[in-house]
Write a protein that binds this ligand. Structure first.
Ligand code: VG1
Ligand code: CO
Length: 585
């Protein structure tokens, strides 16, 4: 293979956001857009003394439009920069958590120094929609800000990129080993490594017994994203769910596109996962609707790259913040935590439900900014307690945005959350001698801890400058509203969230505006860092009700008065011209 240096010029706007670089697909397809970014990543890695020369790199994606082409481009640039071995899932598919599993655990002497994930996650895919790329480090987690800011610097001064000549596009459709001079490309089954790891986390036999019960039925909707092969293999083949339990399980480049019920928006929430939500006997407000067909006992869905999860039981929706708290509360039923759960963490906007559990259990609970990259340091830090198991730190993390995961990988993991719930239900069902549902667990939980009623309003596609002005106005007044009353609620804390990483001491500023009231209610504003056009304002609302209060209300009704206060505090209507959110979830 001959290496060529291709002259190029910096392209503006290649800043990675909450989770990698995301842009319109056509932007990625134009000129050197992808090559510039990938070379900037390599320049950063080489500068940081990452062992790129002769090293192993994972390259795959979520199967969205232009994925196959992007992978071939990355392979050529990687070899030209000295990479010796490239690992790809079959068809260039690896879910985000599976990529993390492959980086951490595929091993056998060729431990990868990192991996590229071609994905814009829950953003729609297609020539007219979104594409994205993310770099993960040798621990299997997203590159920390320290690295992504260097990558961005390189995109601003890049003069050439390296590629190889004489390398034909490789057939990635089946397992194979290609020897190309001193370089190797290895294509392997995309499910095997992730499955192997999950088998260490859970007691598959007990879940099998749950699946075999005549009164238990499950539907797992992959929303035409990359989860399909994993869902079929793990839920149907390994665990014995009825064939057909895994729906929309063929990955599609446009995640089903405009003709799908979710309009190609493979995002598991009440608004977009309409097919599953209806199957489970609910409408998109989460209210019960009548159904002509029998309703499954358990329902779940995944997003495009399969790191997100939504959990439902028959006519019952569980908020991701609650799901996190309940998994932590029941961690002793999950074999992964047999040595004891060491800690847990949530993103700042995620409800405080998990904090209450951590306090009761006497374990650490951390609050980090939005985005999975902040959890990795915490998980890695605990290894000192398990010197014989350097990759083992019993830790559970979650975000309100349908992301849950643990220390087996360094990404949120959609199917892990599903299996965690199945494991909890399986054990509780065995103990009770009758089927226990997600709803039963939730009701019990709220009776013990009280309920953190929660909802998020998204205002999508608003004018960016105006959204930024609104945030600036609120940050500017930060602290001034302490002591002010709204209705019968008084503001106790009013600040702009800033994170001081307890492990490496790095500081992340400007992570959202907070209004925290004396009764524990919270209003939080931040701007999304995953969109590709305009701005999305996220408004997070939380109201706590103690065990003695009314636990059976609808979450959207409970937080409505808080939303009214939030609109007053932000002047959102006059800044953005919007009088209602695009999505409530
Ligand atoms: C959103 C979520 C955040 C999540 C991120 C990536 O970010 O709020 O919690 O980690 O998406 O998820 P933002 O900046 O748009 O609010 V995924 O499944 O798109 O990788
Ligand atoms: Co995702």
């Amino acid at each position: 293979l001959t290496i060529k240096n291709v002259p190029t010029e910096p392209i503006a706007g290649q800043a990675p956001g909450t989770s990698g670089l995301r842009k319109k697909t056509k932007v990625f397809m134009e000129g050197n857009y992808l090559a510039n970014y990938v070379q900037s990543v390599f320049n950063t890695l080489i500068e940081e003394n990452v062992p790129v020369q002769g090293g192993t790199l994972v390259v795959s994606g979520d199967g969205r439009y232009w994925n196959p082409e992007a992978i071939q481009i990355i392979i050529k640039i990687a070899f030209a920069n000295g990479v010796g071995r490239i690992w790809c899932g079959t068809d260039g598919l690896l879910s985000t958590p599976a990529t993390s599993a492959v980086i951490r655990a595929r091993g056998y002497g060729f431990e990868p120094f990192g991996g590229f994930i071609c994905s814009a996650s829950h953003n729609p895919g297609g020539i007219n929609d979104d594409f994205g790329i993310k770099y993960n480090c040798e621990n299997g987690g997203p590159a920390p800000e320290k690295l992504t800011s260097k990558m961005l610097e390189w995109t601003g001064k890049i003069k050439e990129y390296k590629s190889v000549e004489g390398l034909p596009n490789l057939d990635l459709s089946k397992p194979a080993i290609y020897k190309l001079g001193d370089k190797i490309v290895e294509v392997f089954d995309c499910v095997e490594d992730h499955l192997k790891l999950l088998k260490q986390c859970f007691d598959f036999n007990s879940i099998k017994r749950l699946m075999a019960r005549p009164d238990f039925t499950i539907v797992y909707d992959s929303m035409s994203g990359v989860q399909g092969p994993y869902a079929r293999r793990i839920i149907e083949q390994e665990l014995g769910a009825k064939p057909g339990s895994c729906t929309n399980a063929d990955p599609k480049p446009d995640f089903g596109g405009p003709s799908s019920a979710w309009h190609g928006h493979a995002d598991p929430n009440l608004t977009y996962a309409v097919e599953l939500v209806a199957t489970m006997g609910l409408n998109k407000e989460g209210q019960k609707i009548s159904s002509s067909k029998p309703i499954p006992s358990f329902g779940a869905a995944a997003d495009g790259d399969a790191d997100r999860n939504m959990i439902l039981s028959s006519q019952f929706f569980i908020s991701p913040s609650d799901s996190l708290a309940m998994i932590v509360d029941n961690a002793d039923l999950i074999p992964q935590f047999r040595a004891g759960l060491k800690g847990c963490a949530r993103s700042m906007p995620t409800s405080g439900a998990v904090d209450l559990v951590a306090k009761a259990k006497g374990i650490e609970c951390f609050e980090v900014p939005t985005g999975w990259k902040f959890f990795g340091n915490l998980m890695d830090s605990g290894t000192q307690y398990f010197p014989d198991k350097p990759q083992y730190t019993p830790f559970i993390c979650g975000e309100e945005s349908f992301g849950t995961g643990a220390d087996h990988v360094r990404e949120k993991d959609g199917i892990w959350a599903v299996l965690a719930w199945l494991q909890i239900l399986a054990k509780k069902t065995e103990q009770a001698g009758k089927l226990v549902s997600v709803e039963d667990v939730a009701n019990q939980h709220w009776k013990t801890y009280g309920r953190n009623y929660y909802a998020r309003y998204d205002y999508e596609g608003v004018d960016k400058a105006k959204a930024e002005d609104m945030m600036k106005m609120m940050s500017g007044k930060s602290g001034q509203l302490v002591g002010k009353s709204y209705g019968n609620m008084k503001i106790k804390i009013n600040d702009v969230f800033e994170y001081n990483d307890p492990v490496d001491g790095s500081v992340s500023k400007n992570q959202g505006v907070r209004f925290i009231f004396e009764d524990g209610s919270r209003i939080i504003f931040r701007l999304s860092g995953t969109g590709v056009a305009g701005a999305t304002v996220r408004l997070y609302l939380e109201k706590y009700t103690p065990p003695t209060g009314n636990l059976g209300m609808h979450q959207f009704d409970v937080v409505k008065p808080l939303a009214d206060v939030a609109l007053q505090l932000s002047n959102l209507k006059s800044y953005t011209g919007r009088d209602k959110p695009t999505v409530i979830t």
